[in-house]
Ligand binder design. Structure first.
Ligand SMILES: *Cc1c(COP(=O)(O)O)cnc(C)c1O
Length: 376
């Protein structure tokens, strides 16, 4: 059936795509985030320029260094590329022969230690560079002893992942101290940890040698961008292991427009009134939870400050006396509508949730109305 709502893009409309209302937060499969006007303008302006690309990369890196408190920075093609070049930098460094040799790691330290509860889908990015993953954390003794005992002459780096639903009883600081005593760098994935803006500096301050963030999630830069920051020698090695250099990261190109867009997004992000933004999100979540109030078997709440949730999230728990459709059925029904409304289900139990962070003015009301008619 042809769509009756406009996506807002003439190109996407001409492809017959449906408008999506995104209650799932900044996820790649729905388009990441919406770029604010100043980000779009920065990209349009950059699109009709020529510049010295190496110079652009260096200068943009200096801006990232300022915002992160790191020695150096680099714009990368998404946090995924951040992970890839972290691994490449820790194995090949800036050695030209080694850079050309990857992903063949013969003669290099090539193991990345990863905590058992940090295993995740994105670890394929380390392997793309040629690294091998070595899990730690399920052996004998304290975690500190296990980590120390896992480091050997093949260890290129220790990975540390910050993400909802993941945790480690050893803090980043503790891991850094154990790794650094043995001259091994610690590489951090903080892809989805912005906001809060404090995290831009936090992991570097805790001693991370390299940290990566997505540029196209909460920062609202171009979806294909990411941030890398850290030690000067390692950032330089990462730069040499990435496009435009012939290297394992040559396929991960960042265009000049994207660099301009990411910098504009970062400039905006660090000067945002995050409290005001949070209050707006909370308001939208109140509008949404109201759709479930007074309905038998439903317990609507706002979960604010939960580290596993993105923003003050509207959550509906389905209690034993609920006799309507399942959370999954409602989720599917809303997604098949027009506009197509995407909500989450089943993080903590039998529940349906809506993250407000990727909504725009007016959309909370549409979500609330759609939910109300499903709940009845
Ligand atoms: C999103 C995400 C990534 C990938 O980031 P991109 O910017 O989409 O490449 C990596 N790690 C974690 C934990 C993520 O949430």
């Amino acid at each position: 059936m042809p769509s009756t709502s406009s996506t807002g893009s003439a190109q996407f409309d001409s492809l017959g795509l449906k408008r999506v209302i995104n209650g799932r937060s900044w996820v790649t499969i729905l388009g990441g985030s919406r770029m604010p006007e100043e980000v779009q303008n920065a990209m349009v302006e950059a699109a009709s320029t020529f510049i010295d690309f190496h110079e652009l990369n260096r200068r943009a890196g200096e801006r990232i260094a300022q915002y992160t408190g790191a020695e150096a920075g680099l714009v990368v093609a998404g946090a995924s590329t951040g992970l890839l070049v972290q691994a490449a930098a820790c194995m090949a460094g800036s050695n030209p022969d080694r850079i050309l040799q990857l992903p063949d790691t013969t003669g290099m330290k090539d193991e990345i230690l990863i905590y058992e509860k940090h295993r995740f889908g994105f670890e394929i990015c380390y392997r793309t560079a040629g690294a091998k993953l070595k899990e730690w954390g399920l052996g004998e003794g304290s975690l500190a002893e296990q980590l120390a005992g896992s480091i050997d002459e093949n260890t290129a780096a220790v990975a540390y992942v910050f993400s909802p639903w993941m945790s480690c009883d050893l803090s980043l600081r503790e891991v850094v101290s154990i790794a650094h005593e043995r001259d091994v760098p610690v590489i951090v994935d903080g892809a989805a940890m912005l906001p809060p803006a404090d995290n831009l500096k936090r992991y570097i301050a805790d001693g991370a040698d390299l940290v990566t963030f997505s540029g196209g999630k909460g920062v609202r830069g171009p979806q294909s961008t990411g941030i890398l920051a850290g030690r000067k020698d390692l950032v330089e090695a990462a730069r040499l292991n990435m496009s435009p250099h012939a290297s394992v990261g040559r396929a991960c190109k960042v265009a000049k427009e994207e660099i301009a867009g990411l910098l504009a997004a970062l400039d905006r992000f660090v000067s945002l009134d995050h409290e005001e933004m949070w209050a707006t999100w909370r308001n939208w979540s109140e509008t949404i939870t109201a759709a479930g109030s007074g309905i038998t078997g439903l317990r609507p709440v706002i979960e604010d400050g939960d580290p596993n949730r993105q923003g003050p999230t509207a959550v509906f728990y389905f209690e034993p006396d609920w006799d309507g459709p399942s959370s999954k059925d409602i989720q599917e029904k809303l997604a098949s509508g027009d506009p197509s409304i995407h909500v989450g289900v089943g993080s903590y139990g039998d529940e349906l949730y809506v993250s407000p962070v990727a909504l725009e003015q007016g959309e909370a009301e549409i979500v609330a109305q759609a939910l109300r008619s499903e709940f009845r």
